[in-house]
Design a protein around this ligand. Structure first.
Ligand SMILES: [Zn+2]
Length: 315
């Protein structure tokens, strides 16, 4: 397999042109905030080929990867689709169960080919129960099999009912999501706390890439750096909601994202911290936040990523 990081680097200028965030209300979806100078990029809709961001002929036939960073309040949830296959990475807090349920129903999703639970904390695993009420699960990847919180038991009960075992992936394990490739990078070694045991994974589609880090903090980031993991990505789902204990300067430099997505809601932790926002700015990343405009939808055919921020998909 070709090193996706090379392709990602080559695609950087294209991504930069393609990143246009539409207005914040559903009525404005489809109207890019301001068109790029060459008029070549078009973020106006899921069906629009991203002409001008690469080979136009390839763009017309390449399957679309859609990454939806869901506004679940203080927590993480991302719903991803490609070629009719569906992946859910975390489900937000317990109160987001109804949100997940509504979104999946609205999108007509009755089967999630894969669910990745980055770690069992309630703000990531809580809403998975709602997802498992409306959709069956093919493979369920978890960072641990031993958590015993009420939230986690609720998830495990539903998986048992569906006859789906927990799978604990190892670094380097990968699977296809349609034409996209999903690869686990971490945790590199077992850590004593849930955050630093977060499953870290990347999604590559053509020349475009996304990195998901759960609530990994400096310790796990450092392990990934030492292990030489393929961290470089166009889009970074910022670790631990922008906590200062995550997104170390070395890690942010290694990822070198064009866009940094922070999944965050009202909270008493000070997330995201100015410190992390500064680090991302220094790296030149554009920051998008779910608490500022709702769901963030990234669309790519592998040759440039278009962004829309479209309010609540589930409403
Ligand atoms: Zn969290």
């Amino acid at each position: 397999m070709a090193d996706p990081s090379d392709a990602a680097r080559e695609a950087r200028p294209s991504v930069e042109r393609a990143v246009e965030v539409a207005g914040e209300t559903p009525a404005e979806v489809g109207a890019p905030a301001d068109a790029p100078d060459d008029g070549a990029s078009d973020a106006s809709g899921a069906e629009a080929p991203l002409a001008g961001t690469g080979d136009a002929a390839d763009a017309a036939v390449a399957p679309e990867l859609v990454v939806r960073f869901l506004d679940v309040g203080q927590g993480d949830a991302a719903l991803i689709s490609c070629d009719g296959q569906w992946l859910l990475i975390d489900g937000g807090p317990p109160k987001a169960s109804s949100t997940l349920y509504a979104i999946l129903q609205r999108l007509g999703v009755t089967r999630l080919d894969c669910i990745v639970s980055t770690h069992p904390d309630a703000d990531h695993a809580g809403g998975l129960s709602g997802a498992l009420e409306v959709a069956t699960c093919g493979t369920f990847y978890a960072s641990t099999a031993t958590s015993d919180t009420r939230t986690w038991r609720g998830v495990c009960d539903r998986l048992e009912r569906q006859g789906v075992p927990l799978s604990i992936p190892a670094p380097g394990d990968s699977f296809d999501l349609g034409a996209a490739r999903v690869t686990f990078l971490g945790p590199v070694r077992a850590a004593p706390d849930d955050n630093n045991n977060s499953l870290v994974l990347r999604i590559d589609h053509g020349g475009d890439s996304f990195l998901f880090t759960g609530d990994a903090e400096r310790e796990e980031e450092s392990d990934l750096l030492v292990a030489g993991a393929n961290l470089c990505a166009d889009v970074l789902k910022v670790g631990h909601h922008g906590s200062a204990g995550a997104s170390s300067p070395a890690f942010v430099a290694a990822v070198d994202p064009q866009v940094a997505v922070i999944s965050v809601g009202r909270n008493s932790y000070g997330h995201p911290t100015d410190e992390v926002l500064d680090r991302l700015e220094v790296q030149g990343a554009r920051v998008l936040r779910t608490d500022q405009g709702g769901d963030i939808v990234a669309t790519t055919r592998g040759n440039g990523i278009a962004f829309e921020q479209v309010g609540m998909i589930g409403e």
